[in-house]
Design a protein around this ligand. Structure first.
Ligand code: F6R
Length: 607
């Protein structure tokens, strides 16, 4: 949600800015805009348009060397030209782009109005431009005015300010919403996400919360809101422009599903001990005594990250025999939870920016809870707030629908289960079998993806379904939930997940020939029960697609998708892959915009 790009250097600023916005499109947005300073004149174009349309509207802005740009996801006021960023003060001297939410915006708007300031938009962000303008009346540097304005706002921000009287600098600030500086040769970039920078530089500086940066073509300096200088050395991002390119794939979801075998190799690298049959997760920062002291594990995440947490809870309980569960992160916050000092809380997030997951992390830390992250994006808010955890190493995930990050979450939780198990009662032999299963995963996933045409053919047969059930029992229950989630979000086909045991308590009433069910049949001790579920559905005329690694009689179901096995505890990971492919091919058949499903954003940074 929302994206920021800033540039100062010798190139044509507007081209750099628009290209940066294109890289941020995947985050989701409903309007876009740029402002550049050319010959001391502040020029701007903004509208409720796509970035490619904006590109055609900004041709007159060529020839500037300083500018800021933004893609907005509406929070305060609809997607209109007036509400699009950048926002300006009344004199048109200061331009601001802002991600996050200024929580006391209403009070600040009233105070500004009382002082005779006319506001041009409905947004919380515009107040900041006026506050900077007022603060600048005291004289001093741009960063002093920004600092003074920041002291008045409550809430979250990643922002960049441009002052038309200072053609050589931008000031950026961060609190809860990421800002990263890109260090070029004689040029400098600012963005809310490294994906907007990697085409130009891999040398970056992530601002910390409460930090400001003044950025000029050849230098930058950072300081805190209370004006203490900070010293920040650039780090090198190990991602290049290719990581963000389609590279011959039809869309990013297709590419990211295909990348899963290598992504799993990365998440396992250096974390398995085949000899001792255990895992190493040094990033948790927990010694064996501390690991043994954990009496409960709770996974917190949203959407697919929550379902991955459910898979995690199952595998932790199975391997370590430690009680574990998962809860939607926002629900956890809203119910004022009891914080258990013996519980390991795991905040699960691909982006590391999801507000609903960040909030409970902060609450847990305030209350002395032990919270670690399972996060994909290095330097993200949740990763920083947790301070310790497991990085997912899935690589950039651009498609809104999570695939490779989901898989790497589930794999990480198997590592956690193994580690917790091996400091308890899990035998070395069982540990070694689990290590072997984990090591086999990349190849088994590749096999499933290689046979994707079979799944595509099944999707083709069912593409006219308006509703579908996804049925799973015990280990396969989170798989069913994730399968239903994938299908609804990218194909817009209504899908609901049920535990197999729950069918007869209500949902069976909906079964008829127009309600296909995807029934998961893992090769575990519950095969017979799952086969009888299929029979119950068939007896009522419901079409069945069985997804299984067990020996399922082919004639029992209308379609059977088989996957290999790596052992019962890990098989749910494999069972998820065909469901991704199924959703993907359904969505393709229905002509959906797969990478950017309607109404959704990749990073949900608001409550
Ligand atoms: C589904 C999906 C979302 C995210 C959720 C959490 O495919 O992508 O449900 O899983 O919004 O996002 P992160 O993992 O970035 O916190």
């Amino acid at each position: 949600m929302c994206g920021i790009v800033g540039y100062v250097g010798n190139r044509d600023a507007v081209s750099v800015l628009v290209e940066g916005l294109l890289r941020l499109e995947y985050r989701g947005y409903d309007s876009a805009g740029v402002a550049v300073l050319r010959d001391d004149e502040l020029l701007s174009v903004k509208a409720a348009v796509r970035v490619w349309q904006l590109r055609n509207m900004v041709t007159d802005l060529a020839g500037a060397h300083l500018g800021i740009a933004h893609t907005r996801w509406a929070t305060h006021g609809p997607a209109t030209e007036a509400n699009a960023h950048p926002h300006f003060d009344s004199s048109g001297r200061f331009a601001v782009v802002h991600n996050g939410i200024i929580e006391n915006a209403e009070a600040l708007r009233t105070q500004l109005a009382d002082r005779g300031v006319e506001l041009a938009s409905d947004t919380d962000s515009e107040v900041f431009a006026h506050l900077v303008a007022e603060a600048s009346e005291q004289g001093g540097r741009l960063e002093d005015a920004v600092r003074a304005a920041l002291r008045l706002v409550e809430g979250t921000y990643g922002l960049v300010v441009l002052d038309a009287t200072r053609p050589d600098e931008l000031v950026a600030a961060r609190n809860g919403s990421p800002i990263v500086l890109g260090i070029g040769a004689g040029e400098m970039f600012v963005a809310s996400d490294v994906s907007a920078l990697v085409r130009h530089t891999r040398q970056v500086v992530y601002l910390e919360d409460g930090e400001l940066a003044t950025v000029r073509a050849g230098e930058f300096h950072t300081s805190t809101i209370d004006a203490r200088t900070t010293h920040r050395a650039p780090t090198t991002v190990d991602l290049g422009v290719d990581d963000y390119e389609l590279g011959g794939f039809a869309d990013y979801m297709d590419k990211e599903m295909a990348e899963q075998p290598e992504a799993v190799v990365r998440v396992l690298r250096g974390r398995l001990d085949a000899k001792l049959g255990t895992a190493r997760l040094d990033g948790l920062g927990l010694n064996p005594w501390e690991l043994r002291g954990i009496r409960r594990v709770k996974f917190l995440g949203c959407g697919s990250a929550y379902y991955a947490g459910q898979l995690g809870a199952a595998v932790v309980e199975e391997l370590a025999r430690v009680p574990a569960d998962a809860e939607p992160a926002a629900e956890f916050s809203y119910r004022n939870p009891v914080v258990d000092p013996d519980c390991l809380y795991v905040a699960v997030s691909q982006s590391g920016e999801t507000f609903d997951t960040l909030a409970p992390v902060q609450e847990l830390r305030r209350k002395g809870g032990r919270v670690v992250g399972a996060v994909n994006v290095v330097g993200s808010a949740i990763a920083r707030e947790c301070g310790s955890g497991v990085f997912l190493h899935a690589g950039p995930e651009i498609s809104v629908a999570s695939t490779k990050a989901f898989t790497n979450m589930a794999v990480s939780f198997a590592l956690l289960g193994l580690l917790l198990g091996r400091v308890r009662d899990l035998s070395a032999a069982h540990g070694r079998r689990t290590v072997a299963g984990l090591q086999a995963l990349p190849e088994r996933i590749a096999e499933i993806i290689d046979r994707r045409d079979e799944v595509a053919a099944v999707a083709e047969r069912f593409a006219d379904a308006e509703h579908m059930f996804f049925i799973g029992r015990v280990r396969a229950w989170p798989v069913a939930r994730e399968g239903a989630q994938k299908l609804k979000e990218i194909s817009y086909v209504h899908a609901e997940a049920y535990q197999a045991s729950e069918l007869k308590h209500g949902p069976l009433a909906l079964i008829d020939k127009s309600m296909p069910s995807v029934v998961l049949v893992p090769d575990d001790e519950l095969v017979a029960k799952n086969l009888s579920t299929i029979e119950q559905i068939k007896a009522r005329g419901g079409p069945v697609i069985a997804v299984t690694n067990a020996d399922v009689p082919i004639e029992l179901a209308d379609a059977v998708i088989t996957v290999p096995s790596v052992g019962a505890a890990l098989d749910p990971i494999l069972l998820t892959i065909p469901l991704q492919l199924f959703a993907y091919h359904m969505a393709r058949k229905l002509g959906r915009d797969i990478d950017k499903p309607r109404n959704l954003a990749k990073s949900v940074t608001v409550e």
